[in-house]
Design a protein around this ligand. Structure first.
Ligand code: SF4
Length: 122
């Protein structure tokens, strides 16, 4: 059986929680089993980015806040097989403009790690 691939979409929003989605994603991306997916390129309908995204079998949408931009980016190109994580709602992290504020990031990292392990163990 071919190795399954997982795509992570950090929303990379301009705030503490958006910034944390990127930092957490970087801890797991290995460009083999786990790839970073460009959450901006999908809704912009850039063909190469959509093709690269669709090379993955499953996704984790890392959203900073309830706007859920990463989830919406996947929806936009018809990708429905994803786990949705929202930093404000799932972890009670307050959104602010302090980019150095990483309060709660450890819990987000632990959750993503757990989700990755579960996916590859299933
Ligand atoms: S999900 Fe929230 S934090 Fe992330 S890009 Fe969208 S509006 Fe910004």
């Amino acid at each position: 059986m071919a190795t399954r691939k997982l795509g992570i979409l950090p929303c990379q929003g301009a705030c503490n929680v958006g910034n944390m989605t990127h930092k957490v994603a970087l801890k797991f991306v290995d460009n083999e089993k786990i790839s970073m997916v460009c959450s901006l390129g999908l809704p912009l309908a850039i063909p190469s980015i959509i093709d690269m995204a669709k090379a993955n079998d499953h996704f984790i949408a890392l959203n900073g806040c309830p706007m859920k931009c990463s989830s919406k980016a996947l929806d936009k190109v018809g990708i429905t097989d994803y786990e949705e994580i929202v930093l404000t709602g799932d972890f009670g992290i307050a959104k602010n403009k302090n980019f150095a504020d990483e309060t709660g990031m450890d819990e987000v990292e632990a959750k993503v790690k757990n989700s990755i392990e579960k996916y590859f163990a299933s």
